[in-house]
Design a protein around this ligand. Structure first.
Ligand SMILES: Cc1cc2nc3c(=O)[nH]c(=O)nc-3n(C[C@H](O)[C@H](O)[C@H](O)COP(=O)(O)OP(=O)(O)OC[C@H]3O[C@@H](n4cnc5c(N)ncnc54)[C@H](O)[C@@H]3O)c2cc1C
Length: 476
């Protein structure tokens, strides 16, 4: 049986630890295993390809709004195959480079094949067993496919397989109402498809604040249909047409949605083929690998990072885990993970970005009387007005005493960029919002929305009054 110093499963963020191990010990022998193209999901079928596709979708929406500003512009056609080809060529340039690096390294045996545990510290690859005294699990996650009668027979796409299409389907039903459903729904609609999103949760984008979700849904509905609280009961296929029978979970009313293609974006789960339980590695009820604060699993010298731990499935968090793991394995410093400010964004039009606690969590943890909320509309700044923006806003949660930032939620253009100012302060010792309140902000830039939200702090009850009036949710 071939023996290594280290086995690494995955070629995403875990590679940062692999590279650091090689730098620290140039004689180390590492087996790196990935069943798919190298680079990890973010590069091969996650963040990178989806954002390459979403950029032309944003341009389509910009062109469609041009008339508001007195510009007579017409989008004559979308060359869908070219949009897809551009994505493939950009992604494959990086994949090829990573493959070359892996194949030429003297320290690495690169296995492009699935791996499964057979016993503690032992994995089966290409029909043989290999062993190591240290194992790094950066196995990521895979799409969850709900058990809906007729779905498999009718055929469907996932966020993996959608990258393989070159012809835009005319009508698409998206099963799921989270960020992947939103992003691909928005993309396909902007390219010209008729899109219906069928989410099971009563709230579209269920991980966001309800008012953020409300505004995102309202604006996205300009280009696609969104049905929340809908359970897909079954799927039937007639020729090329797929019929999804769905039930409204509150009214129990049934409706049938007709599509040429179905995209399943109903969440992600652990990678089924790994079988960590055979290696004495504890998993939770959902099958995610259980790690302690140092990212160690229940089996000594086996660590896990990124999506595989089931916590905050975002690339920046996986990269952060890799840094912590490096310190814990070779850095000589034991470091705990700190997830108090893991941000995320939804790259639709409008963008959504969020970090830290939501209002209900902040109130539960700190008490209603100790939480203040800052709120400001984009349209009440000069730049927001120039851009003819409506409803978009910044919401900031702070602790009354000391104004420590607890969380922030933004819906509107550049939300993913604007929120960074808040995130950075959440990594300072007192996390105070004062630098935003006191620092000069360029006029008239969108960053003034964040500044003014931090300057207009109010108790939660007052916030609800103000926000609901501003968004037209309450009679003025
Ligand atoms: C459509 C989509 C869009 C996304 N957009 C964003 C975004 O905009 N921003 C963001 O932060 N995150 C985004 N993500 C999430 C992001 O891709 C993940 O958080 C990130 O890739 C996790 O990295 P990782 O290092 O944990 O593992 P990954 O990079 O996921 O790598 C895991 C690798 O291990 C391989 N593997 C797993 N098990 C085995 C096995 N048993 N044998 C062999 N190989 C195995 C997998 O094939 C995979 O290549 C997106 C994900 C998807 C699906």
């Amino acid at each position: 049986m071939k023996q290594y110093d280290v086995i690494a499963v995955g070629t995403g963020s875990v590679m940062a630890v692999v590279e650091a191990l090689i730098e620290e010990n140039p004689r180390v022998k590492i087996a790196v295993i990935d069943k798919d193209e190298p680079g990890g999901i973010c590069l091969t079928r996650g963040c990178i390809p989806s954002k390459i596709l979403l950029y032309p979708a944003d341009l389509v929406r910009t062109i469609q709004r041009a008339g508001l500003f007195g510009l007579d512009v017409e989008l004559r056609a979308v060359d869908f195959a070219k949009v897809m080809d551009r994505m493939h060529s950009l992604v494959h340039k990086d994949i090829d480079q990573i493959r070359k690096g892996l194949s030429s390294s003297e320290n690495i045996d690169y296995y492009h094949t699935p791996a499964e545990f057979t016993a503690p510290y032992t994995m089966r690859v290409e029909g043989k067993e290999i062993r190591a005294s240290k194992i790094l699990l950066g196995a990521g996650s895979e799409p969850t496919i709900p058990t809906i009668p007729g779905l498999a027979e009718a055929g469907y796409l996932t966020s993996d397989t959608i990258l393989g299409i070159r012809k835009l389907p005319s009508r698409v039903a998206v099963i799921g109402g989270g960020y992947i459903a939103a992003e691909y729904g928005f993309f396909l609609a902007a390219m010209g498809a008729e899109v219906t999103i069928l989410g099971r949760n009563p709230q579209f984008l269920p991980d966001e604040e309800p008012e953020i979700s409300h505004v995102a849904k309202k604006h996205l509905e300009g280009g696609l249909r969104i049905e929340t609280n809908h359970e897909v009961l079954d799927v039937t296929r007639k020729g090329n047409e797929k019929r999804l029978r769905a039930r409204d979970r509150s009214t129990k009313k049934e409706a049938t949605f007709v599509a040429d293609e179905i995209l399943v974006a109903a969440g992600r789960g652990p990678v089924a083929i790994l079988h960590p339980e055979r290696a004495g590695i504890k998993t939770d009820a959902a099958g995610w690998i259980v790690t302690d604060a140092y990212l160690a699993t229940s089996q000594p010298n086996v660590w896990a990072l990124g999506d595989a731990t089931g916590k905050f499935p975002f690339k920046h968090k996986a990269n952060y885990d890799a840094q912590v793991l490096y310190d814990n394995i070779v850095g000589g410093e034991k470091r705990k993970v700190d997830y108090h400010a893991v941000p995320h964004a939804v790259f639709t039009d409008p963008e959504v970005a969020s970090v830290g606690l939501k209002e209900a969590e902040a109130v539960a943890q700190y008490g209603l009387e100790n939480v203040l909320i800052g709120f400001y509309l984009y349209e009440d700044t000069a730049r927001g007005e120039a851009m003819d923006l409506k409803d978009y806003f910044v919401k900031v949660l702070v602790e009354r005493r000391g104004l420590a930032i607890l969380g922030a939620h933004i819906v509107g253009p550049e939300a993913s960029v604007l929120i960074q100012e808040v995130i950075n302060l959440m990594y300072t010792p007192n996390r105070s919002a004062d630098p935003i309140r006191e620092g000069m902000h360029i006029h008239p830039a969108l960053s003034e929305v964040v500044e003014r939200a931090c300057l207009s702090l109010m108790p939660p009850e007052h916030y609800h009054h103000t926000m609901e009036h501003a968004l037209g949710l309450r009679a003025r």
